[in-house]
Design a protein around this ligand. Structure first.
Ligand code: SAH
Length: 391
């Protein structure tokens, strides 16, 4: 096996268990024709074993570690056991039908995402070294679950940094990729082939339940609704009226279908709109709602443009707060790890100050437990979910 030697001074990140080894942390790579994607052994400068992982000389992240256990052999069986363990953990913490089965680095399977939608599985292999194991991963899923279908959603730009093409398609016999899932007792259409990301945002599944009590009898406005999951929860939990907005006509069509599926089409409707424009206009017009819910996209993917995200979050939260009746509630999220918890709360405070409103925190939590948070792995701390009473 080819060997990668780290520089004398190992970064605390690697010592503390972070699985990424950057190019500039490596003293030398020993071996013949080190090809992208193969398994290598990582050692300290004085030849102490650090771990085993996959290498990609084309990527800035030269190695991503799979294990720190010397006796582990990385082969088909390894992936089978690792995925089985991921399922056991999800079951242990209470997930049954739908969950993120594998959450990449947080499950020591770097750059592998698997979402389980009951009998259907959607996978993403976002690095070359993981992509190579796709057949083994599909095999493991077949053995563990006997699924009705497996689909690859590798139409993700980040793959190009790894020299991989963007692609999507079946990893099982073809099946109807429009499926229906159950969540919290309600039903949702999921378009596995053409939906955003893997088709559905499972990371908010426990947060959706958290709106149960505050929406009773309420007039609710939801923005950035995608397929209307929060809004349909609101309607089912007893809201008087619900309006959901999304910029994507396709998402709005799906959301309206979901309203019909849950028989709430009379109180819950969806419209295509740019939330920035509409929220601004309506707050100027003095419109008022009992509950306003916001679940915007990341607004930025890099630290360089973080200010853009801050401005975006502040703007929509400011507008959102102004639309809430005194004593009503704002339900607001942020899904990028670049805006950490502290910064997110600061942005909310700035918005409240500008809106001249006082906030009372009801709930502040993270993504669902099937997307584990690992100390020291920044990328795993990404979703913030806040409910405040706006006084
Ligand atoms: N709440 C959803 C997920 C929302 S994802 C759920 O739980 O499933 C973010 C959504 O914001 C996407 O559907 C995207 O189409 C939408 N979006 C992005 N920019 C927007 C804008 N300016 N106005 C309205 N919607 C927008």
């Amino acid at each position: 096996m080819n060997k990668v030697y780290l520089k004398r001074k190992i970064t605390p990140r690697v010592v503390n268990g972070h699985p990424w080894i950057f190019n500039n942390e490596v003293e030398k790579v020993e071996g013949v024709d080190v090809l992208g994607g193969e398994i290598v052994e990582v050692l300290t400068h004085d030849k102490k074993f650090v771990g085993k992982g996959y290498i990609n000389p084309k990527s800035q992240i030269l190695v991503r570690l799979l294990t720190r256990n010397k006796s582990d052999e990385i082969n088909e069986q390894y992936f089978y056991s690792a995925i089985k363990k991921c399922w056991e953990y999800r079951q242990q913490i209470g997930y049954k039908e739908n969950c993120r089965l594998v959450f990449g680095e947080a499950d020591s399977l770097p750059q592998l995402i698997i979402d389980k939608f009951n009998d259907y599985f959607v996978i993403q292999t976002l690095a070359l070294g993981m992509d190579k194991w796709k057949p083994a991963i599909a095999d493991a899923l077949n053995k563990i679950f006997s699924p009705k279908g497996i689909y690859e959603r590798n139409d993700v730009p980040v793959r190009e940094l790894e020299g991989l093409p963007q692609q999507k398609g079946f990893l099982s016999a073809p099946f109807d990729t429009n499926i229906i899932i159950n969540e919290n007792g309600f039903q949702f259409h999921v378009d596995i082939e053409n939906g955003q990301k893997t088709g559905y945002f499972l990371d908010q599944q426990d947060n959706r339940k958290a709106i149960q009590h505050i929406v009773k009898g309420a007039d609710v406005l939801g923005a950035f609704t995608y397929t209307g999951t929060f809004e349909i929860h609101a309607a089912k939990y007893g809201a008087k009226s619900v309006l959901g907005l999304d910029i994507s006509a396709n998402a709005v069509e799906q959301a309206n279908k979901n309203a019909v599926l849950n028989n709430v089409q009379d109180i819950c409707r969806f419209e295509t709109a740019n939330a920035f424009d509409v929220l601004k206009q309506w707050s100027k017009e003095g419109k008022q709602y009992d509950v306003v819910m916001l679940d915007p996209p990341a607004f930025t993917k890099s630290r360089e443009t973080i200010q853009k995200a801050i401005t975006g979050y502040k703007e929509i939260n400011l507008r959102g707060m102004k639309l809430v009746k005194p004593g009503g509630f704002l339900v607001t999220s942020s899904c990028t790890n670049l805006v950490n918890e502290e910064l997110f709360l600061q942005i909310i405070d700035m918005a409240a100050k500008d809106a001249r409103r006082k906030l009372r925190q009801v709930i502040f939590q993270k993504q669902s437990g099937d997307h584990p948070i690992i100390r020291g792995l920044d990328n795993t701390h990404y979703l913030k979910f806040l409910i405040v009473q706006v006084q």
